[in-house]
Design a protein. Structure first.
Length: 84
């Protein structure tokens, strides 16, 4: 949930940029939602790996497998979005 201070800065930036140009940069372009999601998924996968042996190797293997499945899903997307 964004803090009010950040929302104020975003709004102020939009006002200042709109006075000097026809187009303004969206505040979402500097959002960190994707980075937080990227951290959460590997963390969730790491909790599913046995800590007994080769923890890091198993975690990387799981990440590669999940990436492969995500790429395959994107390749067969009904919206026409194909992984290249």
């Amino acid at each position: 949930m964004p803090k009010l201070h950040f929302v104020h800065h975003s709004g102020l930036r939009l006002v200042v940029e709109s006075q000097t140009a026809d187009w303004v940069v969206s505040p979402l372009s500097t959002s960190c939602a994707m980075q937080e999601d990227f951290i959460g998924k590997p963390a969730r996968l790491s909790r599913r790996v046995s800590a007994s042996m080769l923890l890091h190797v198993r975690l990387l293997e799981r990440l590669l497998i999940c990436s492969m499945y995500a790429a395959e899903r994107a390749d067969h997307d009904a919206r026409g979005l194909y992984a290249q």
